[in-house]
Design a protein around this ligand. Sequence first.
Ligand SMILES: *[C@@H]1O[C@H](CO)[C@@H](O)[C@H](O)[C@H]1NC(C)=O
Ligand SMILES: *[C@@H]1O[C@H](CO)[C@@H](O)[C@H](O)[C@H]1NC(C)=O
Length: 175
Amino acid sequence: MWLQLGLWMLLLEAAHARLLKFTNVKCLELPTNAGFCRYDYCRLKVVRRNQVELSLKVTLLELPITNLTTRLQCFQRSDGYRPFLYNILFDFCKLMGARKYQLSFERFVFDTIRQHSNFNHTCPWTENYMMVDKFALDINKINMPVPPGVYRLDFTFYAYGIARSLTQVYFEKID
Ligand SMILES: *[C@@H]1O[C@H](CO)[C@@H](O)[C@H](O)[C@H]1NC(C)=O
Ligand SMILES: *[C@@H]1O[C@H](CO)[C@@H](O)[C@H](O)[C@H]1NC(C)=O
């Protein structure tokens, strides 16, 4: 009985084609970068239908880094991209360093990427790169309670209060 119900629900899900996947990524060294970092690559790869992997690497040229701040801003596409829910500035070093960082959007995002990145170091940051390796979204693992649509998440990294890089990640949710 329960098994049958489970199968039925699986079939329903397949019919609805629930989906969360990357659709684009852009990486920019900002005008105020001043030789602080350099993107080596920044790309999506379609590995299967509806399975899209994000990989990027940025080389850090001024080590060690003791002060890193990040802005995470979310946009929803509707007649252009409009700010949606989140626009937060947080201490990246604190997020990386604290075991019990408050439950928050930034923690959710970086916990999700952690296994597919080197975002696992505390500051001072002494590794000469930051990278994300073959990270794919999976709607069965990532519960993002947002309406279906196309979204963009902007990551701006500041070192010592100066904006250095911008990574724009586009993704689509289908229910
Ligand atoms: C951080 O991540 C890198 C790359 O995945 C891994 O090689 C390294 O062992 C990790 N370090 C820690 C402290 O978890
Ligand atoms: C990082 O540097 C900026 C600019 O100097 C400063 O305003 C900010 O307080 C620093 N953050 C930390 C956590 O030290």
